[in-house]
Design a protein around this ligand. Structure first.
Ligand SMILES: [Zn+2]
Length: 202
């Protein structure tokens, strides 16, 4: 006896034949209609038939600050939002991807530089809708490669930290301020004194 089928039958009037695999409005488990219900201080689409909850995961971006000899590596954005402004190399985390490896992957794609050593610099919450909810920021050290813009970047360039171009996103400006403050306080480059994450190709 298939329990799910019974439940589908009971809610036949709510099932869309075009939405068998689940959409925003229909359950991916049984096909019945989903309704917004409060759950753990948030609201999630919940199946009225089988109780399946469509949890929404936070959108996570990773980004790498490569800072060396008073210069910071920035990339010029090929696409909106904030097209033609400059940001740190980065992008969205893929499902099941190690964020440090994702930051290294995005940096290689956009700048041609290989990152073999990184350290967590900051984790930012972005309340603005549309982009990433969370941005994980790494300090990276490049061990090789050749500087060349690619993928989502039309240019990649090391700028003097006190002569930066127009920056994209409040998160980029926040990171730059953090770096500048760290440099002023320590009178040295943001350090790698802590525990480093080893980047190994998988
Ligand atoms: Zn269901």
């Amino acid at each position: 006896m298939n329990e799910d089928k019974t439940k589908v039958k009971n809610t036949e009037h709510d099932i869309s034949p075009n939405h068998k695999n689940g959409t925003d409005n229909f359950c991916s488990k049984c096909g019945a209609r989903l309704v917004e219900e409060p759950n753990n201080h948030a609201t999630y689409r919940t199946c009225q038939s089988c109780g399946h909850v469509r949890y929404q995961e936070a959108k996570v971006a990773v980004t790498t600050a490569i800072y060396s000899h008073d210069k910071l590596l920035l990339v010029k954005r090929r696409y909106p939002p904030e097209k033609d402004k400059w940001s740190l190399p980065g992008g969205y985390l893929n499902p099941h991807e190690d964020p440090a490896l994702a930051a290294a992957r995005e940096t290689l794609e956009e700048t041609g530089l290989i990152i073999d050593n990184c350290k967590l610099l900051d984790v930012l919450y972005n309340p603005e809708q549309g982009g990433a909810d969370i941005t994980i920021v790494y300090l990276g050290v490049s061990s090789g490669g050749q500087l060349k813009a690619g993928d989502d970047a039309t240019a990649a360039y090391f700028f003097q930290i006190d002569e930066l171009p127009e920056l994209a996103f409040s998160s980029t400006r926040h990171i730059v301020e953090t770096l500048q403050r760290s440099i002023l306080e320590n009178r040295q480059e943001p350090g790698f004194g802590g525990e480093n994450c080893e980047l190994q190709s998988k």
